[in-house]
Design a protein around this ligand. Structure first.
Ligand code: SF4
Ligand code: SF4
Length: 300
């Protein structure tokens, strides 16, 4: 049976498309954006997370691990990821809930039953389900089946995507999708490569093709001062999308909500020197899009 690796199912979301939504987060992403606020979403495998504040350094996890993948000292718990088989034994044995797994396998029918629980909220608010990540298009066979099943049940589907996938993947799902929440960060390809780990030709090409197919698209711009909030990048983006019939443009100022997750993964947070644009600058950017006759909103 087909399964997908999911790292979160979030209920009552109001920033991931219209109305009240259930957002399903797929694990694994082909990009590695320096400002990522879901770092546990990037790896395509299950990962064990550790919360220092809950840990008493009791060594139970070290004793439980059949792989010798944990070393506990008086002040730290080292996780040797290359040895870990994600068996979750250490999680079961940690009485302080200091360890948790990121990534759970779901079948389509298991996800559908989660999604169905909130149907009254979708009906009242014209909401639905949003498939997000990570990158949902990286698990396209599963995502297309799930989206079709939602559509068959009268539940609307939004796809939150970075756009980095073959267009053939979009073709597999687009008939079941009511709205694409499409991220665009930078028009300059070499800067895109530097900050996300990949160039943007595929992303821009897919956006253009989706627009040509008359897909409904909300363009989403994560905005970081000093990275992509300058006049030149904003003008270039506007020039690129000028002829597209976008539903809306969402300006998403950078935030630090993902910072603690890096600690849980024992990874360095690269965002210490990242800041959102000022309110004045956000309003200037908003005005630039409005002057190009786009429907713009600050926030999701
Ligand atoms: S079992 Fe839990 S509390 Fe004990 S050392 Fe391991 S993570 Fe810390
Ligand atoms: S998940 Fe299993 S293999 Fe990985 S560290 Fe925990 S006990 Fe060891």
């Amino acid at each position: 049976m087909k399964t997908a690796l999911i790292f979160n199912i979030q209920k009552f979301c109001v920033h991931d498309g219209p109305g009240i939504r259930t957002t399903v987060f797929f694990k694994g992403c082909p990009l590695k954006c320096q400002w990522c606020h879901n770092p546990e979403s990037q790896n395509f495998s299950k990962q064990v997370l550790w919360t220092r504040e809950r840990c008493t350094f009791c060594q139970r996890c070290e004793q439980a691990c059949p792989q010798g993948a944990i070393s506990v000292t008086q002040s730290s718990v080292l996780h040797h990821a290359s040895r870990c088989l994600a068996c979750e034994q250490c999680i079961d044995d940690c009485v302080n809930n200091a360890r948790e797994i990121a990534g759970v396998e779901y079948t389509v029918s298991q996800l559908l039953s989660e999604i169905e629980k909130d149907r009254p909220f979708y009906d009242q608010s014209q909401g639905g389900v949003t498939l997000s990540g990570g990158e949902v298009m990286s698990q396209i066979e599963f995502a297309a089946e799930l989206a079709q099943a939602c559509k068959n049940r009268g539940i609307t589907v939004a796809i939150d995507t970075c756009g980095y996938a073959p267009f053939s993947s979009f073709e597999k799902i687009m008939d079941s999708v009511d709205l694409f929440l499409y991220d665009i960060k930078l028009i300059d390809s070499s800067l895109h490569q530097r900050y996300t780990g990949a160039d943007n030709k595929l992303i821009l090409g897919n956006l253009k093709k989706l627009a040509q197919h008359k897909a409904r698209i909300n363009l989403r711009l994560p905005l970081i001062e000093g990275f992509n909030a300058d006049d030149r990048n904003i003008r270039d983006i506007i020039d690129f999308v000028q002829d597209f019939q976008l539903v809306a443009v969402n300006l998403l100022p950078y935030h630090e909500f993902g910072k603690t997750k890096y600690n849980k993964m024992d990874e360095n947070y690269q965002g210490e020197k990242l800041f959102p644009p000022s309110e004045t600058r956000l309003n200037e950017i908003k005005t630039m899009f409005e002057q190009a006759e786009f429907n713009v909103r600050i926030g999701g």
